[in-house]
Design a protein around this ligand. Structure first.
Ligand code: B4P
Length: 191
């Protein structure tokens, strides 16, 4: 299996590029943000717990997202592989993902990290907030909190994957197609 983590701060283009990559490489897209938003829309118990945290720009507790990912991965083990988009976001999530994949006889192939400067991230998210209906895109203070959550809890994953020799940086500014081509070049070396 080819198992890719698409990594980067909020607004780096993970969701945007995942859509294109799943089509080209026939991978299953697992976005914890999308799964959580569908739980919120369906007003499930999990969604009700997650909504307040997401609206503030805080991370949702590890146990919740790890449980969601486990059930999705286990039910798609006949796939060519997965794109993990927005997951893992903490060291505990990364350790749980490694343990789950090893239990299922597979592993992470590589992590591609989209790099975008903070001013551009804020601009993109505020722009999406004009019509996304997402409370977490609508307000600059909340966007800055999401970036702070990334800096404090998610950025330490860089070292975790560097130690496994699985970390590659990809320039995340420019046109969507140019960034897609950069990602494909890295994937084609490994796939
Ligand atoms: P996510 O849904 O993962 O949201 P995100 O980080 O904002 O990334 P997204 O994929 O949506 O945006 P993209 O960069 O593609 O998370 C939302 C919340 O869910 C989190 O804050 C947290 O509360 C919770 N959550 C999710 N996963 C979790 C986990 N594992 N653990 C705990 N909590 C979790 O795009 C952004 C914008 O930029 C778009 O409008 C796009 O059109 C635009 N864009 C993309 N590429 C561009 C380019 N090249 N040029 C110009 N604009 C571009």
């Amino acid at each position: 299996m080819f198992n890719l983590i698409l990594f980067g701060p909020p607004g780096a283009g993970k969701g945007t590029q995942s859509e294109k990559l799943i089509e080209k490489y026939s991978l299953i897209h697992l976005s914890t943000g999308d799964i959580l938003r569908s739980e919120v829309a369906a007003q499930t118990d999990l969604g009700l717990k997650a909504k307040e945290l997401m609206d503030r720009g805080d991370l949702v507790p590890d146990e919740i997202v790890i449980g969601m990912i486990r059930s999705k991965v286990e039910s798609s083990m006949d796939a060519n592989g997965f794109i993990f988009d927005g997951f893992p976001r903490t060291i505990a999530q990364a350790e749980a993902l490694d343990a789950l994949l090893s239990e299922l006889g597979t592993s992470i192939t590589t992590l591609l990290a989209l790099t975008v400067d903070e001013a551009e991230l804020i601009k993109r998210l505020l722009n999406r907030g004009k019509d996304s209906g997402r409370a977490d895109d609508a307000d600059e203070t909340i966007i800055r909190n999401r970036i702070a959550e990334y800096d404090n809890k998610t950025a330490p994953l860089i070292g975790y994957y560097q130690e496994q020799d699985k970390f590659t940086k990809i320039e995340g500014t420019g046109s969507i197609d140019d960034i897609f081509n950069r990602l494909c070049e890295s994937i084609n070396v490994l796939n």
